[in-house]
Design a protein around this ligand. Sequence first.
Ligand SMILES: NC(=O)c1ccc[n+]([C@@H]2O[C@H](COP(=O)([O-])OP(=O)(O)OC[C@H]3O[C@@H](n4cnc5c(N)ncnc54)[C@H](OP(=O)(O)O)[C@@H]3O)[C@@H](O)[C@H]2O)c1
Ligand SMILES: [Zn+2]
Length: 400
Amino acid sequence: MNTESAAAATAGAPGDRPARRPHVLVSAAMSVDGHIDDTSPERLLLSSPEDFDRVDELRAAGDAILVGAGTLRADDPRLEVRSAERRGARQGRGLPEHPLKVALVGHGGLDPELRLWQSGGDKLVLAPDAAAPALRTQLGARAEVLGTGPELDPARVLDALAERGVRRLMVEGGGAIQSLFLTAGLVDEIQLAVAPFFVGDAEAPRFAPPRAGVVFPQDTLRRMTLLGTEVLGGDIVVLRYAARRSDADVVTRDDIAWMRRAIELSHSCPRSETAYSVGAIVVAADGTELARGFSREGGDDKVHAEESALGKLDASDPRLRTATIYSTLEPCSVRASRPSPCAELIRAAGVGRVVLAWREPALFVADCQGVELLAAAGATVLELPELAAEARAVNAHLVS
Ligand SMILES: NC(=O)c1ccc[n+]([C@@H]2O[C@H](COP(=O)([O-])OP(=O)(O)OC[C@H]3O[C@@H](n4cnc5c(N)ncnc54)[C@H](OP(=O)(O)O)[C@@H]3O)[C@@H](O)[C@H]2O)c1
Ligand SMILES: [Zn+2]
């Protein structure tokens, strides 16, 4: 969900441990007969304003947007976050206004006059080693150009992005690039908007076309989990699938249901002008609720939700190792009021899977590193940015 989905957050790990690969969301719009464009020179409109806004939200929630050279040549997109409010919110979180824009190129080169180069945000071009020098000459200061080895290897692309701190990657197409990541088994989530018409032209580009001699991996794409559906602008249907990479790395419908319960719980927090209202629930692998907690529970105005929930558990409970903790807010990484921040408490409890809805804004703490800390400690950290607004609502008096 990546849904926004849900996301396996990952972090640039310290030392020489390779950084964890980003959560990969493939986002596309297609006709009922599976085409992502027609054969006319103009770009085919497959979306409604409401759906464009959903895509804008997805862009704003990610660290990087990736497209192939074919899309740049055909559509000349700017790939910007259009909403000024979302750009401002990114800056408030200490992020650049726009996500990193990544172009994958084979041997065809890129026009130095593309609109992308004039648009906001950093640009990175990834190409096979042999093609990189010519691209550098062609593009000059417009973009950084990196070779990814003899081939354009999608796993190496993800590694290169992870090194740059990219944790959530949105793959916006086109068809060849969708198939490149899908057949490599590197996609966590697909969001597909279906427009109510047929293109009816065999020559028109289609969603995830077959690649000669390459099969779609049965383990990941055999049967995806439907995370949700939504109708936008009257007749555009958005389908959200988790393409399972590993069980722990994928958001399930249960995750969404538990997070909704945690959000409900956050409304039990006594109001505060100086601290967030957060709900946290610890759930065993078999779906049994182990404990729950909320901020300032029991009259202790310093207690955090995760701390309160974990404090109710026996540290030797073997179920903790395979449990998931749902927290409406990113677990804290620094804390003046207690010796250990919640990220450390979760690590110490051995809970290896952490699901959060809302990244901590730079309000009380300049740069919360809860996700980074947990990921560096080996936990699977998943984000449900589509529930961030709900998690934030109870804190509306603190954050505008
Ligand atoms: N509806 C939607 O959601 C949506 C979104 C995006 C795009 N589109 C449409 O998709 C169409 C473009 O799709 P596309 O498939 O032609 O282009 P693409 O997927 O955007 O890019 C393909 C290019 O990437 C490079 N490439 C891909 N696989 C490679 C590999 N294994 N090794 C080396 N290079 C590789 C090649 O570049 P070189 O040519 O340089 O070798 C190739 O031409 C357009 O019609 C666009 O409108 C639709
Ligand atoms: Zn905390």
